[in-house]
Write a protein that binds this ligand. Structure first.
Ligand SMILES: [Zn+2]
Length: 441
């Protein structure tokens, strides 16, 4: 299919008006928004910096070890940063991360390309996202009806009602802190959230359950775990005795710490207990799989196929597997096809690799029930212009994948419109029990 085919153009136009459930963000609302003073700092926020860093080989002329903080520093003048940025930009400007920057420039500020002159023109009129009306209008224009957020709030403040969420956000409870306990202090800090003290593994589980239960009571809608950054997704199922031995040793010496992989049996064992809590409290579980933010990560440990024993054991737990498991598409589609308790969540994926995302949806349409896809999550921070630009790219990808299959003769155009509505809105609305009325195009 040519990207400008008539079918694509019609689908893309219709999908532009669809409401979207944004299945994954790290943003707390206007009060967390950056104070936008310097345009390079605004435009290079988020993932694009990784592609800039990936260009810098050893001995790259003009490179500096503090490249990231330098470019994102609002107090360094645009004119000073520009020569280095320009040299890097010309070597990576066609990645999808860079496309987000280009779309913000074009769609928000009306500038056709990144140049010093363009940056100087927009410097005085950067949007003030701290203004609640401006913030809301960005989300409204993007069509983001609801966001599922992973924002690591002060749990005690959240439980006691001292920390409110932004009006259209729903909270996910971040799991890693609960099962990556390595020190007496880690345990103590968590116990303080519910004013308890802990001296045994049983008491620790009680504290965790109490925190999760009370966060659910305050509106949290699920659990989220991105442990794949720091450990393998190969969770084994060790006996309790192995976990308890490690836990007791940790508690017996407040000055000691468990190392890795020494602590793995404790982390593995606890992870299963948290999944049992998810079952008991009827909370879906979002899991990071595949590509990681930043550079110099290790990918093999994040392949979702490593979760197979977990998915088989915990059949009553609803899993939402993230990021298209990039770059392991075949395994990902297999898991979606094979396990009724698995949903496939394409958050972040459209700007990691838009062609992969398009192929995943196109291939997935024939291989996996279309009810199992959650098509969008911005996965950005507080500068929400980036999430909005990402969503525009995601709408392109969804329209292109469906146009491919219409032109193949696999589906009708009217079916394509209904599938897009399910992928972007109805599927996550039902799965996460968000309670919105179904969207019928
Ligand atoms: Zn994320």
């Amino acid at each position: 299919m040519s990207a400008r085919s008539a079918v694509f153009t019609r689908l893309r136009e219709a999908i532009e008006a669809y409401p979207v459930i944004d299945c994954h963000e790290h943003t707390i609302g206007p009060r967390g928004a950056p104070e936008n003073r310097e345009p390079i700092a605004c435009l290079m926020a988020g993932y694009v910096i990784s592609d800039l860093l990936a260009v810098v080989y050893p001995g790259f002329e003009g490179a500096r070890p503090d490249l990231e903080t330098y470019l994102l520093d609002q107090s360094v003048p645009t004119e000073e940063k520009w020569p280095l940025l320009e040299r890097l930009w010309r070597q990576m400007e066609h990645t999808a991360y860079a496309r987000v920057t280009k779309r913000i420039l074009r769609d928000v500020y009306g500038e056709a390309e990144l140049s010093l002159a363009a940056l100087q023109r927009i410097r005085g009129r950067l949007l003030n996202l701290r203004d609640p009306a401006v913030y809301r209008s960005v989300l409204d224009r993007a069509g983001i009806r609801c966001r599922l957020v992973d924002i690591w709030p002060d749990m005690k403040a959240f439980i006691t009602g001292r920390q409110e969420l932004y009006e259209r956000d729903r909270l996910l409870i971040s799991l890693p802190a609960f099962h990556a306990v390595r020190t007496w202090q880690n345990v103590w800090d968590l116990a303080q959230v519910v004013d308890r003290s802990v001296t045994s593994l049983d008491q620790y589980l009680e504290v965790c359950f109490e925190i999760i239960r009370r966060m659910k009571e305050r509106g949290a809608i699920g659990l989220k775990d991105q442990s794949a950054y720091s450990r393998t997704l190969a969770y084994e199922n060790p006996p309790r005795a192995d976990a308890e031995r490690l836990f007791n040793a940790m508690m017996a010496d407040p000055r000691g710490a468990l190392g890795w992989p020494e602590a793995k049996p404790l982390g593995d064992w606890l992870f299963h207990r948290f999944l049992e809590m998810a079952r008991e409290l009827d909370l879906p579980v979002q899991l990071h799989t595949g590509h990681m933010a930043g550079i110099r990560n290790e990918i093999a440990k994040t392949n979702a196929v490593l979760l197979t024993p977990v998915l088989e054991l915990h059949r009553d737990v609803r899993f939402d597997l993230f990021h298209g498991n990039w770059p392991y598409m075949g395994e990902y589609l297999y898991l979606g096809k094979n396990y009724p308790n698995v949903r496939l969540d394409l958050c972040w994926l459209h700007i990691i690799d838009p062609v992969y995302a398009r192929n995943l949806l196109r291939e997935g349409l024939g291989a996996v029930p279309h009810a199992k896809f959650h098509a969008f999550g911005g996965d950005y921070g507080d500068d929400i212009l980036h999430a909005a630009a990402h969503l525009a790219i995601a709408r392109d990808v969804v329209a292109a994948a469906l146009a491919d299959q219409v032109e193949e003769g696999w589906i009708e155009e009217g079916e394509a419109l209904r599938i897009a509505a399910d992928w972007l809105f109805n599927n996550p609305n039902e799965f996460f029990r968000l309670g919105f009325e179904r969207f019928e195009p």
